[in-house]
Design a protein around this ligand. Structure first.
Ligand code: IPD
Ligand code: CA
Ligand code: CA
Length: 257
């Protein structure tokens, strides 16, 4: 496959650099913040600076590649076989509040299929990377999804859509079904990091409705390479996805739908 090795090295370098950009804003006063759809859907100067670094590098080295990035939308050469799917800061609400679960997420697609994924949580110093067929690595060491096969021993995570103040289809019904059945239910606030954690075995599953491609493009490659299963369980509510270790996937799926 044309240039994948070069693309992977560049993506790793730029993802790390974008993480350093985020850290230069983290827990500093006066962070410029704007509401997008509502006050639960925000963008800060840090999101924009991280995105500018990533897009600047991609455009100058790979001007013929397509890009989909949260704050700028579709860019680059749309007819390319290659597409970079970017969330320059996933977990902006955490970031804005000073909480550590946030990351940069960079996915690489070829002919519409995810072939590599990079998720970097700079405050936690956790860099996940995966290339199709090569497994998943956390800070260079191989990791794998858990072998949990009993729901009552599982720790699972979810999240809630940003339109929840006006749309009752807000995932709480699924939470009521899952909560009594699992050892722990978490809401870490970064779908990319939560999905990568499933691939690394730190969470047994993550599900969420109304996400976007950029939230999970990179992490789904990571989760898959770690041995997890994922499926889009609805097609009427954005990207609605369950990612799970195989041992509890089939039991969870009907509960989250
Ligand atoms: C959000 C996070 C959060 C999820 C939201 C996403 P953002 O992304 O992934 O965990 O629950 O639905 O929008 O806005 O921080 O990039
Ligand atoms: Ca996001
Ligand atoms: Ca974001």
């Amino acid at each position: 496959m044309e240039d994948l090795e070069d693309i992977v090295l560049d993506a790793m370098t730029w993802t790390r650099q974008a993480g350093a950009v985020l850290m230069s804003y983290f827990r500093k006063s006066g962070l410029e913040t704007e509401a997008k759809m509502n006050e639960s859907d925000i963008v800060t100067a840090a999101d924009k600076a991280s995105e500018a670094l990533l897009l600047g590098n991609i455009r100058s080295k790979y001007p013929n590649h397509a890009i989909l990035s949260e704050e700028s939308g579709a860019a680059g050469c749309v007819s390319s076989d290659w597409r970079w799917v970017i969330d320059p800061l996933d977990g902006t609400t955490n970031f804005r509040a000073g909480l550590p679960a946030f990351c940069v997420s960079v996915g690489i697609e070829h002919s519409g299929k995810g072939v590599a994924g990079f998720v970097f949580a700079p405050y936690l110093d956790e860099f996940f990377h995966a290339v199709s067929g090569e497994g998943v690595f956390l800070n260079g060491s191989p990791v794998h999804c858990s072998d949990t096969d009993r729901l009552e021993r599982s720790v699972v995570a979810t999240g809630f859509p940003v339109d929840r103040s006006t749309n009752g289809d807000d995932n709480t019904a699924a939470v009521l079904r899952v909560l009594p059945k699992v050892r722990g239910l978490r809401r870490l606030g970064s779908a990319a990091l939560e999905t990568a954690y499933v691939g690394a075995g730190f969470l047994d599953a993550h599900w969420e409705i109304a996400l976007h491609e950029w939230d999970v493009a990179a992490a789904l490659v990571i989760a898959g390479e770690g041995g997890a299963i994922s499926t889009r369980f609805r097609d009427d509510r954005g990207v609605s996805v369950l990612t799970s270790t195989p041992g509890i996937f089939h039991e969870l799926l009907p509960m989250v739908r």
